[in-house]
Design a protein around this ligand. Structure first.
Ligand SMILES: [Zn+2]
Length: 77
């Protein structure tokens, strides 16, 4: 069995915020944060959203803040 080389099997960047540098993560932007919420109202895990560590945490914090401010709901119902 051969190990896959990290250099040759480079994955394309899928982080939405890294690809769109002009997009600012703002807790008031419910439309943007809504993209990273599952149908049950949960924050999407990094596996699903594809965000990098830095942006995933920033985005999760923004969603939590938005929930506390009443901009977004905690659950889907
Ligand atoms: Zn990123």
């Amino acid at each position: 069995m051969q190990r896959t080389n990290r250099e040759t099997t480079q994955q394309k960047k899928t982080c939405f915020f890294c690809l769109n540098n002009n997009v600012e993560i703002d807790y008031k932007d419910a439309a943007l944060l809504g993209k990273f919420i599952s149908s049950y109202g949960k924050i999407m895990p990094r596996k699903r959203s594809g965000s990098c560590t830095k942006h995933q945490r920033k985005m999760a914090n923004a969603i939590k803040r938005a929930r506390a401010m009443g901009i977004m709901s905690f659950t889907s119902r």
